[in-house]
Write a protein that binds this ligand. Structure first.
Ligand SMILES: CC(C)(COP(=O)(O)OP(=O)(O)OC[C@H]1O[C@@H](n2cnc3c(N)ncnc32)[C@H](O)[C@@H]1OP(=O)(O)O)[C@@H](O)C(=O)NCCC(=O)NCCS
Length: 258
């Protein structure tokens, strides 16, 4: 299966790449390299230990758009209930069996293992039951709008992400972004990616990365043309043009920072 690795990288990393020549001339001391690696390890450790990455962004807990009202909840791979695990598996199958084709059975096994790992972080999207987007804003109190209540409506999608080291760069890696077909095309995906980028910035990650199958034309269009992610220099397709995987990366729209 062909993939693209996409990435949105902070400008500091980009300018570092642009200055490769001067870096070569003046190699950092071993002690500086060790200190830098230690700092990066600490960043990742701290980000992974954070219990609720949504907490600093109360305005993102709820989203009303195009007649749809959703609220968001954080989750962890090793704390998923059986119904949630089942939901994730079903939605993955629904959305991804087509793009993966004959490779799906093998890929499904990999995804089942990945989804429950302790380093897998989640943002779950719940539909707010019986909501009228316009009325919601006036009926709910400030406290209510900033939380996703236990009795919130059904799950309609999720993002699964991790904090990892990619080629010595600390990144927030989006493993999955999955929405039910009935809530796609309403702005939820874009909203979730904005949130994920803010989380990456808050945790001082240098980039947001993800992998898309080339056959998933709509998702490629979403990331590259709508969100302006770019194909990462680390993408398998850059090494082997026949590879069907592409890792994507997104440069800042204004060339500054997230
Ligand atoms: C890909 C996905 C996450 C995008 O999320 P979404 O909520 O549907 O996308 P949004 O509504 O936020 O769309 C953002 C932009 O992309 C466009 N877009 C999104 N889906 C589109 C589609 N199917 N066809 C055409 N345009 C689309 C929207 O028009 C919008 O453009 P605008 O900003 O100019 O108005 C979602 O469609 C999905 O879950 N797809 C199935 C699973 C999948 O492929 N995931 C990605 C795997 S890497």
């Amino acid at each position: 299966m062909e993939f693209e690795s996409l990435q949105r990288r902070r400008s500091s990393s980009v300018s570092a790449n642009q200055n490769n020549a001067s870096i070569r001339e003046k190699r950092p001391k071993r002690s500086e390299v060790i200190a830098k690696n230690k700092t990066i390890e600490e960043l990742i450790k701290t980000a992974r230990a954070e219990k609720d990455h949504l907490a600093p962004f109360p305005d993102f807990r709820r989203f009303h758009v195009n007649g749809l009202s959703v609220c968001l909840k954080s989750g962890h791979g090793n704390k998923l209930s059986s119904p949630v695990k089942h939901y994730i598996q079903s939605l993955l199958k629904l959305n991804m069996e087509g793009p993966y084709g004959s490779e799906w059975p093998e890929e499904e096994k990999v995804k089942r293992k990945e989804m429950v790992l302790p380093e897998a972080h989640y943002v779950f999207v719940h539909e707010v039951a019986n909501s009228n987007a316009d009325e919601m804003t006036t009926v709910l109190t400030a406290a209510e709008t900033s939380t996703c209540l236990e009795d919130s409506g059904p799950l309609v999608g999720f993002v699964q992400y991790r904090f990892v080291l990619e080629e010595e760069i600390p990144v927030l890696y989006v493993y999955e972004l999955q929405l039910e077909p009935r809530v796609q095309g309403k702005g939820v995906g874009k909203f979730l990616m904005q949130l994920v980028e803010l989380m990456a910035q808050k945790s001082r990650m240098s980039a947001v990365m993800l992998t898309v199958q080339k056959a998933n034309v709509l998702a490629m269009d979403f990331y590259i043309n709508k969100l302006r992610y770019i194909i990462s220099a680390m993408s398998p397709s850059r090494v082997n043009p026949m590879d069907r995987e592409d890792e994507l990366d997104q440069l800042d729209k204004d060339g500054s920072s997230y």
